[in-house]
Design a protein around this ligand. Structure first.
Ligand code: NAD
Ligand code: UFG
Length: 336
C-alpha cells in the first residue's frame, strides 16, 4: 500500500517513514529540502533495507505538485509533515509561515481531492491549547487564540480538515504532538537543527559537545516546583509509531468521525531542570548552564492526557526521558 509522506526527510517524517517501511508499507517521500537533506532517504534505506522513493517537490509549487500526483497513482493516504516549525521565526516572518504552511497545505488538499485520495494524517501541535486552564490537557480542552503565526497555521490546518470532511468523502486524523525529542537507535537519523537551536534538547546536546558555550534556562521563577517550565517530552520513535496506529485506524474505517483528534504525549510533565539533570545522569556529562530571563510566549506548564490515544489508538509511549537523552546524545556525536 502506497503512503505519501510530505516532509519525509525531516525529523519526525523520517522516523515515521522507517516505521511505515518496517510495517511493509511502500513509502513515497516528497520534500523541498528547505530543512533537511536528500541523504536522509538513503539513511532510511540503510535502516530498513529499502530506500523510499524520494522527490524534491515544493508544496507551494502548484505545477510541480500537480505533475507529481499525475505521475504517482494509487496513493492510499498522505501523512502531512511538511511545514515550517520555528515559533519565534514565525513572529518575525509571519507571511513566510502563512505562505508555506497554509498555501502548501491548500495545494496538497486540492490535489488529494482531485485525485480521490481520501485519507490524511496531519501534524498538529499542543501549541493549539495555549496556556491551558486545566492539566493534563485532553482533546476536549479549548483551543485558545494562537500565540504565534506558527500556532495559527496549525489551527487553520485543523479547521480546513474538519470543514472538508463535512462535505466530502474525506477522512483525517489530527495528531497534536507534545515535545518531540530523541533520535533513532541507529543514530543514522535524528533532528538536524539549522543554526542556533531554539529547542531545549538540541541546545543541551550542542552545549555538552562544546558547540555552544552555555545553555540559558529561560526563567526559574515560574509557579512550578523548581520554578522552570514544564513540558511533556515524547520520544520521536514513539511518536512515529503513533502515526501507524492512526493511519491503520483510518484505513480500516474504524474511525467514529470523519475527522478525529488525538494528543500524542507521555502524560508526564518534566521541568527544564529535570531534563538537564536527566541528560547529566544518562550521559555522565555536566551541562554548562545559567539561569536567564523568561522567554516571551512560553506557557508555564503543559502535559497531555493520554487516555484517548491509549484507548482508541491502542498506542502508548514506551520510552522514558533517559532514553530520549541517550539517543539525542548519540545522534549529536554522530553528526558532529
Ligand atoms: P522538520 O523541519 O524536521 O521537517 C519538515 C520537513 O518539511 C523538512 O524536511 C522540510 O524540508 C519540509 N518542508 C517544509 N516546507 C515544505 C514545502 N513547502 N514543500 C515540501 N517540503 C517542505 O520538522 P519536524 O520537527 O519533523 O516537524 C514535522 C511536522 O510536525 C511539522 O508540520 C511541524 O509543525 C509539526 N510539529 C513539530 C513539532 C516539533 O517540536 N518538532 C511539534 C509539534 C508539531
Ligand atoms: N528552553 C530553555 N532554554 C533553551 C531552549 C528552551 O530553557 O535554550 C526551555 C523553554 O523556555 C521551554 C522548554 O525549554 O520552557 C521547552 O522549549 P522548546 O523550545 O524545546 O519547546 P516548546 O515547548 O517551546 O515548543 C515546542 C516546539 C513547537 C511546538 C511545541 C509543542 O518548538 O513547535 O513544542 O509541540 F509547537
Amino acid at each position: 500500500m502506497k503512503i505519501l509522506v510530505t516532509g519525509g526527510t525531516g525529523y519526525i517524517g523520517s522516523h515515521t517513514a522507517v516505521e511505515l517501511q518496517n510495517k511493509g508499507y511502500e513509502v513515497l517521500i516528497l520534500d523541498n529540502l528547505s530543512n533537511s537533506t536528500a541523504d536522509v532517504a538513503d539513511k532510511i534505506g540503510l535502516i530498513t533495507g529499502k530506500k523510499p522513493d524520494f522527490e524534491n517537490v515544493d508544496l507551494c509549487d502548484k505545477a510541480s505538485l500537480h505533475g507529481y500526483f499525475r505521475k504517482n497513482k494509487d496513493i492510499e493516504a498522505v501523512i502531512h509533515f511538511a511545514a515550517f516549525k520555528a515559533v519565534g521565526e514565525s513572529v518575525e516572518k509571519p507571511l513566510m509561515y502563512y505562505m508555506n504552511n497554509v498555501t502548501g497545505m491548500i495545494n496538497l488538499l486540492d490535489e488529494m481531492l482531485k485525485n480521490n485520495i481520501a485519507n490524511i494524517v496531519y501534524s498538529s501541535s499542543c501549541t493549539v491549547y495555549g496556556e491551558a486552564d486545566k492539566l493534563p490537557v485532553s482533546e476536549e480542552s479549548p483551543v485558545k487564540k494562537a500565540e504565534s503565526p506558527y500556532g495559527f497555521t496549525k489551527q487553520i490546518g485543523e479547521q480546513m480538515l474538519t470543514d472538508i470532511s463535512k462535505v466530502n468523502d474525506f477522512h483525517s486524523v489530527i495528531l497534536r504532538y507534545f515535545n518531540p525529542a530523541g533520535a533513532h537507535d541507529s543514530s543514522l537519523i535524528g533532528e538536524l537543527p539549522s543554526g542556533i537551536p531554539n529547542n531545549l534538547v538540541p541546545y543541551i546536546t550542542q552545549t555538552a559537545i562544546g558547540k555552544r558555550e552555555v545553555l540559558t534556562v529561560n526563567g526559574n521563577d515560574y509557579d512550578t516546583p523548581d520554578g522552570t517550565n514544564i513540558r511533556d517530552y515524547i520520544h520521536v520513535v514513539d511518536l512515529a509509531k503513533a502515526h501507524i496506529s492512526a493511519l491503520e485506524r483510518m484505513l480500516s474505517k474504524k474511525s467514529e468521525e470523519k475527522s478525529e483528534i488525538f494528543n500524542l504525549g507521555t502524560g508526564r510533565g518534566n521541568s527544564v531542570m529535570e531534563v538537564i539533570n536527566a541528560f547529566e545522569e544518562a550521559t555522565g556529562i555536566k551541562v554548562n548552564y545559567r539561569i536567564g530571563p523568561r522567554r516571551s510566549g512560553d506557557v508555564v506548564s503543559i502535559y497531555s492526557d493520554t487516555e484517548r490515544a491509549n484507548k482508541i489508538l491502542g498506542w502508548k509511549a514506551e520510552r522514558d526521558l533517559k532514553n530520549m537523552m541517550l539517543t539525542s546524545w548519540n545522534w549529536q556525536k554522530a553528526i558532529n
